[in-house]
Design a protein around this ligand. Structure first.
Ligand code: HEM
Length: 184
């Protein structure tokens, strides 16, 4: 049977990385920009089809969590869905960051793609960012861009979230990257 999940097929499974992730963010507790190594666990479960009229989507239900050092609670988590439309090659990642942020990022990719890019922008017509009132005033997410690379038993992401922060005159690049390996 044809691969309904297209470029998302290589993301199906359970994934982990030991320290290897790197986050760059402004730390309020330390009043400075910090680079923080992290470890990560991620699960991606396939589902579909989802029919929107004549549009047919296949997707992955995902959860990810990241920890710094030996901290007990993750310092960042995401839940959401990856989606792919075989007819158009549209690929999407819709997710929630539990700071009161939702993102629908999108791009295009062919079925066998091993690299693709997803983007969203504050106020974007299709691929947009929603945020709470406090963040809109103090630390607003202007844009999100993630490049995904699929390897043999691994996948990587490299993402940049541009933030308009009260602490800086210019937009600040909050960045994250990691490579995960399949554990089942
Ligand atoms: C692997 C992914 C990510 C990690 C590990 C991460 C981690 C962090 C960390 C450590 C902070 C600093 C908190 C502090 O010490 O004050 C932060 C702040 C922030 N992050 Fe992320 N983040 C990630 C992805 C994202 C994404 C995708 C968005 C939005 C689309 C986002 C939006 C924000 C915002 C708005 C803040 C600022 C909060 C504030 O200044 O009060 N982050 N993040």
């Amino acid at each position: 049977m044809a691969n309904e999940w297209g470029p998302l097929e290589g993301l199906i499974g359970e994934w982990e990385s030991e320290t290897g992730g790197l986050d760059t963010a402004y730390s309020h507790s330390q009043s400075q920009v910090l680079g923080s190594p992290y470890r990560e666990k991620c699960t991606m479960k396939p589902f579909g089809p989802v029919d929107n009229g004549s549009q047919i989507l296949y997707g992955l239900d995902y959860k990810s969590a990241m920890w710094r050092g030996d901290e007990e609670n993750p310092f960042h988590t995401e839940v959401g869905y990856w989606l792919w439309d075989v007819a158009t090659g549209e690929v999407m990642k819709g997710f929630v960051v539990p700071r009161g942020i939702t993102v629908l990022a999108g791009g295009t990719a062919v079925a066998g793609a091993t690299e693709f890019t997803l983007e969203a922008a504050l106020g974007g017509a299709q691929y947009s960012i929603g945020e709470n009132k406090y963040l809109a005033k103090n630390a607003s997410s202007l844009s999100y861009k993630a490049t995904i690379t699929i390897g043999d038993g691994t996948w990587s992401y490299d993402e940049v979230t541009m933030l308009r922060m009260n602490e800086f005159d210019e937009p600040f690049a909050h960045t994250d990257h990691n490579t995960l390996r399949r554990v089942s």
